[in-house]
Each structure stands twice: as structure tokens, then as C-alpha cells.
Design a protein around this ligand. Structure first.
Ligand code: GDP
Ligand code: IMO
Ligand code: MG
Length: 406
């Protein structure tokens, strides 16, 4: 029995979808615990690419897909995604569960989020979480309440129920999937099942541990898996952090800090070779060198016990590669990720430079990688003080190299 969590260690799009698909073959329940369809998780199986925004990336295996209470749910988008998967031969109708406590993204929230000032995804995420904490939101449970006429006593306090009653009724076909997810998962764990929690976004975008306000509205770090599903921390075995071999970040105006950003031909190389365009918005992602300060922050905040480093192949062909080992601010060394975006912006990256390598594509064993690529991975491992358990060298499910059993 294993209960593991996958989280992003940078600013999203690290390849969580690929890792979750890889791990899901041995998993009974794959669970999203926060965020909504602002996520874009790519799974490539035998060359066929699917981008999932809501449904867990384990869907391509025979397991149960779960949306925890920490997720915000756009029901229209959910339906579209289910239909898209059905067309690909993946029928989830009998293996999909939604927490009755998951909050809904309402059409009005999507409209409201278009005015977002920090370049959000415009998917209604911040308004839905705002309503949740203001205690005026609608939950999946309300679909059942409306059907069973249980809501009448509540109407005065909850204007949204009146405004969106028809909307809820339209989605009553989901009724049989809406359950007590905490109970289902705890019973599954107690009976020896394997459960995998799939983080969306990343520690750098976490509402509490990222650079506020350039963050999303949920806890994308590992703690979110507990609060976002109703599974206690004593039930968790391992936390896997996913990072790229470099770094990317995406928002509307490129205003958020990205200390190691490259605006030169090396940055362009990463963008082109890594196909760094948002899976949800299509926006180009800014690129830069691997940042050890952020990685260590992510490891501490999420208790990461093993790191999966993706997209090593994207650095193929570069003459030299760099790792940002720490920052410098007003002549002093900075090793701790600053809490404040304004401070972060003033930090200058300090790099160690290494010789590059030609080709990692198609390689199946770590020892067969070019020596320089092996050294690069080992150097990062030494700097972050957590084992790298797998590297990936291509987008397909099969393109990964295990360094350790996990
Ligand atoms: P997620 O949000 O963390 O699931 O990541 P995304 O799916 O948004 O972005 C990761 C992108 O990198 C996707 O297009 C993946 O297909 C791709 N990808 C994942 N691993 C690798 C890899 O090792 N090499 C290359 N070249 N692409 C990869
Ligand atoms: P995955 O799960 C990359 C970014 C947005 C914006 C900020 C707030 O695919 O890694 P919000 O959706 O809360 O309005 O956005 O966070 N962002 C992401 N960037 N990957 C994601 O998800 C992201 N989800 C949100 O671009 O800057
Ligand atoms: Mg993504």
C-alpha cells in the first residue's frame, strides 16, 4: 500500500501530468486536491497527446479518478473533458468521484476573472475561491440539495442558490458521482489500496508560499493534499517533487519575478526545444536556468522526499549549462527564497557553469547519458540535498530514466 503526493517545485508545467500517468499504472485512486481547470497537464501515450485540465492524469489506466474538496469545479469544462476522453475510448462514467464539498466555478466567476490584474488564467479560479472563503459559494453537494429540495431553509443566506438553481439542475446527471471523498479515500487506504495525489500548479504559485500576489488561489504545496481531500498527514508515505532541468514561468505581462530568466538565444533555445507555450492559455512561457534557491524552498515547504527532473533533453546541444546556486542582494549572499516579490526582483542570480552535452534522446539508462548530463543531474542533487529518483528525456510515457526504485 502506498499513498504518495506529486507536486510542482517551480512555477507550474514541470511535467506533473507525465509523472502522474507514469505512476498511475500501479495506483487504485488518482486524486486532484486543489486548483481547477487553470491546470493543463499533458499526457503523451504512443505519440498521442492529451491535455487534461480537471480530470486526474491517471485516467488512462484502469483506476478511480477523484476530485477532492480543495478543487474548484467548472461543470461545463468537466463535461467537455469527459466527452473528449470518451471519444478517445476512455470512459470515466463509472470510475469518477467528486467530493460533495468541492466548490463550483460559476459562469459569473469566469467573467469576473477576466479582469484579473496579475495575468491569471481567466478561468474563474480566484472568484470561486473568494466565494468559498466568503461563505457564499455553491458546492457540488448543492446539486443534490436542489434535486432533493433540501435547500429551502438556506435560501436567504445563499443568494447564489437562487440565481443558479437551473444551472445546478442541468448538472444533476453528476449526482451519483458526488460522494464523501474523505471517507472513500480513508477506507481505501485502510484496506491497502494505492492512492496518488496529483498537485496542480506548483509551490512557487502557492497562495501562502509563493510570491504573493503573483500566485494562484490555492495551496499547491503538499499540505494541500490533506486539507483538499480529508486525508490526514499520518497516512502519507512519500512526496515527489517535479522540476524541469531548467525553469519556466507564465503570466500575461511577464511581471512576476523570474530571477534566472534568459532573454537571449539560450532562453529562446529552451522555449523552442521545450515547446514552452502554456497548455491552458497558449501563452509563451519565459525560460531560465535551474534555480536551487526555489528548489530548496519547495523541498522544505512540501517535505519532498524524491525529485523527478523532467525535460533534460531540452538542454541538449547547449555549449554550456548553468545552475543558480544562490542569489546576491546588496553584496550579501541569499540562500532562502524571499517571501516578497519585490525583494526577489532585486536578487541577482549567482551561477556555476558546466560544459554542455550533445544528446540525451532515446537513452534508457542513467549511466548511458553523456557524462556531462550525468554530472549536471548529480550536481543539482548535491545542491538540493534530496535524491533525484528519475529524469525524463522526452514527452512520451516511456521516455524516462529511473535512478532509484520508488
Ligand atoms: P504539468 O502542468 O506539470 O503537467 O506540465 P505541462 O503538461 O503543462 O507541461 C509540460 C510539457 O512538457 C508538456 O508539453 C509535456 O508533454 C512536455 N514534457 C514532459 N516531460 C518532457 C521531457 O522529458 N522532455 C520534453 N521534451 N518534453 C517533456
Ligand atoms: P499547471 O497545473 C503554469 C499561473 C497563471 C497566473 C497565476 C494565477 O499546468 O502547472 P490563476 O489560474 O490562479 O488565475 O493564475 O498562476 N498559473 C499557472 N502557470 N501552470 C499552471 O498550472 C498554472 N496555473 C496558474 O499564469 O500567472
Ligand atoms: Mg501545465
Amino acid at each position: 500500500m502506498t499513498v504518495n503526493i506529486v507536486v510542482g517545485m517551480q512555477y507550474g508545467d514541470e511535467g506533473k501530468g507525465k509523472l502522474v500517468d507514469f505512476l498511475a499504472k500501479d495506483t487504485d485512486y488518482v486524486v486532484r486536491f486543489q486548483g481547477g481547470n487553470n491546470a493543463g497537464h499533458t499526457v503523451v501515450v504512443n505519440g498521442e497527446k492529451t491535455i487534461l485540465h480537471l480530470i486526474p492524469s491517471g485516467a488512462f489506466h484502469d483506476n478511480i479518478c477523484v476530485m477532492g474538496n480543495g478543487v474548484v469545479l467548472d461543470l461545463e469544462e468537466l463535461k467537455k473533458e469527459m466527452d473528449m476522453l470518451k471519444e478517445k475510448g476512455v470512459d470515466l462514467s463509472d470510475r469518477f468521484l467528486i467530493s460533495e464539498n468541492a466548490h463550483l466555478i460559476l459562469p459569473a466567476d469566469v467573467e469576473d476573472s477576466k479582469a484579473d490584474k496579475i495575468g491569471g488564467t481567466g478561468k474563474g479560479i480566484a472568484p470561486a475561491y473568494t466565494n468559498k472563503f466568503a461563505k457564499i459559494g455553491l458546492r457540488a453537494r448543492d446539486i443534490i440539495n436542489v434535486e432533493e429540495d433540501l435547500h429551502e431553509f438556506d435560501l436567504k443566506a445563499r443568494e447564489n442558490l437562487v440565481k443558479f438553481k437551473d444551472f445546478l439542475v442541468e448538472h444533476s446527471y453528476l449526482k451519483k458521482s458526488i460522494v464523501n471523498v474523505s471517507k472513500v479515500l480513508n477506507e481505501a487506504i485502510d484496506s491497502g489500496k494505492n492512492v496518488l495525489f496529483e498537485g496542480a500548479q506548483a509551490v512557487g504559485l502557492d497562495i501562502d508560499h509563493g510570491h504573493y500576489p503573483f500566485v494562484t488561489s490555492s495551496n499547491a504545496s503538499a499540505g494541500g493534499a490533506c486539507t483538499g481531500t480529508g486525508v490526514g498527514p499520518t497516512k502519507i508515505d512519500k512526496v515527489f517533487g517535479v522540476c524541469k532541468a531548467y525553469i519556466t514561468r507564465v503570466d500575461r505581462d511577464g511581471e512576476s519575478p523570474l530571477t534566472t530568466q534568459l532573454d537571449d538565444k539560450v532562453g529562446k533555445h529552451m522555449q523552442v526545444e521545450g515547446n514552452e507555450y502554456g497548455a491552458t492559455t497558449g501563452r509563451p512561457r519565459r525560460c531560465g536556468w535551474f534555480d536551487v534557491v526555489l528548489a530548496k524552498h519547495a523541498i522544505r515547504v512540501s517535505g519532498i522526499s524524491g525529485v523527478v527532473m523532467t525535460k533534460l533533453d531540452v538542454l541538449d546541444g547547449l555549449k554550456e549549462v548553468k545552475i543558480c546556486t544562490h542569489y546576491e542582494l546588496n553584496g550579501s549572499r541569499v540562500d532562502d527564497y524571499p517571501a516578497d516579490a519585490i525583494v526577489q526582483r532585486k536578487c541577482k542570480p549567482v551561477y556555476e557553469t558546466f560544459k554542455g552535452w550533445e544528446n540525451t534522446k532515446g537513452v534508457k539508462a542513467f549511466e548511458e547519458l553523456p557524462l556531462e548530463a550525468q554530472n549536471y543531474v548529480r550536481k543539482i542533487e548535491e545542491l538540493i540535498c534530496v535524491p533525484v529518483i528519475m529524469v525524463t528525456n522526452g514527452s512520451d510515457r516511456e521516455e524516462c530514466i529511473k535512478l532509484k526504485e520508488f
